[in-house]
Write a protein that binds this ligand. Structure first.
Ligand code: OOG
Ligand code: MG
Length: 262
C-alpha cells in the first residue's frame, strides 16, 4: 500500500469524525484487501494529522480485550488506539450528542504509568510495578462505520472507535487492590445495563497494558511515563441517547458519571 492510499483512507476516516457522519467500512469499498499491519499505518497517519492540528495524546488505549467485547463486535483480537486531549470529559460532566455519530459507553479501568515500559516480554506484574495510579473510567466509543459494523483492519484504521473518555477523580495506588476482583456496574438512568469484573480483561487489566507494551515494541515504540491508558471494556458497550445519565460504579475505585445532552 503506498503513502497516497494510506493518506486517502486516513482522510476518509477523519472527515467522517469531523463531519459526524457514518461511512461504509474501508474493506467494503475503498480498500478491500486492507491488512491489520496496513491498518496500523493508516491509524498512525490519522494520529499524525491530529498532532499536526495541535491535539495532544493522553495515552494509548487497548480495546477488544474482554470476551464480552469480542463477542459483541465479532472481532477476536485485542487492538490499540489513541486518546487525545479533546476527547476528555470531566467526571460528572456533559457529553453533547450533537458532536457524535452513534455513541456507546463502556466501563474500564485506567492506568497512570509512572515509568517507561518497553517490551517485548512485559508481564502484568511488571506493569503494576510501574503503575502510579489506577482510575475507573467510562469510555464513549463512536465507530465511524455504519452500525458499528467492521472487521479487525477497519476498526484499527478507525483509531479503535475512540471518541470520548471520562476518568474518575480519585486515583488509587494499585497495591490497594486485586484489580481482577474489582466488580463494576454500568447503569443508565438508574438501571443496571451491564456488569463485569477486572478479570474479564485478559484475566487481569494489567495484562492488557502488558500486551500493549509488547505490541508497541514490534514498532520500536514503548509506553511512556505519564501515559494514562485504558485497559479495555470489562462490560459490553451500551448505546446512548440524549438525556441519559450514565454511572459506572467500581468496587473501591469509585464512581464515574456523565450526562448526554443535545
Ligand atoms: C472497538 C473499540 C473497543 C474496548 O474497550 O473494547 C474498545 C469497538 O468496539 O468499537 O474500546
Ligand atoms: Mg474501550
Amino acid at each position: 500500500m503506498n503513502d497516497l492510499t494510506i493518506k486517502k483512507i486516513a482522510d476518509y476516516l477523519v472527515a467522517a469524525e469531523v463531519e459526524k457522519r457514518e461511512v461504509v467500512k474501508v474493506t467494503a469499498q475503498l480498500h478491500p484487501d486492507l491488512s491489520v499491519e496496513e491498518a496500523y499505518l493508516v491509524q498512525q497517519e490519522l494520529v499524525k494529522m491530529k498532532l499536526e492540528e495541535g491535539r495532544k495524546i493522553v495515552g494509548p488505549k487497548m480495546g477488544l480485550t474482554s470476551k464480552a467485547k469480542m463477542t459483541q463486535m465479532g472481532v477476536e483480537e485485542p487492538i490499540y488506539g489513541y486518546v487525545f486531549d479533546y476527547m476528555l470529559i470531566n467526571n460528572g460532566g456533559k457529553v453533547p450528542f450533537s458532536e457524535l455519530i452513534h455513541p456507546k459507553v463502556e466501563a474500564e479501568i485506567a492506568f497512570l504509568i509512572g515509568e517507561d515500559i518497553e517490551g517485548p516480554g512485559i508481564t502484568g506484574a511488571q506493569v503494576l510495578a510501574k503503575t502510579q495510579y489506577v482510575l475507573p473510567a467510562l469510555e464513549i466509543i463512536d465507530s465511524r462505520y455504519e452500525n458499528f459494523n467492521f472487521t479487525l483492519p477497519d476498526v484499527v484504521a478507525d483509531n479503535a472507535s475512540t471518541s470520548r473518555v471520562v476518568f474518575g477523580t480519585t486515583p488509587k495506588t494499585p497495591d490497594q487492590f486485586e484489580l481482577d476482583l474489582v466488580g463494576a456496574t454500568l447503569s443508565i438512568n438508574g438501571e443496571i445495563k451491564d456488569l463485569g469484573a477486572g478479570a474479564a480483561v485478559l484475566g487481569h487489566p494489567a495484562n492488557a497494558i502488558a500486551m500493549l507494551a509488547n505490541m508497541l515494541a514490534r514498532k520500536g515504540e514503548k509506553i511512556r511515563k505519564g501515559d494514562l491508558i485504558l485497559s479495555g471494556a470489562l462490560t459490553g458497550a451500551v448505546m446512548l441517547k440524549i438525556g441519559d445519565y450514565v454511572s459506572g460504579k467500581f468496587d473501591g475505585l469509585g464512581e464515574v458519571t456523565f450526562t448526554v445532552v443535545e
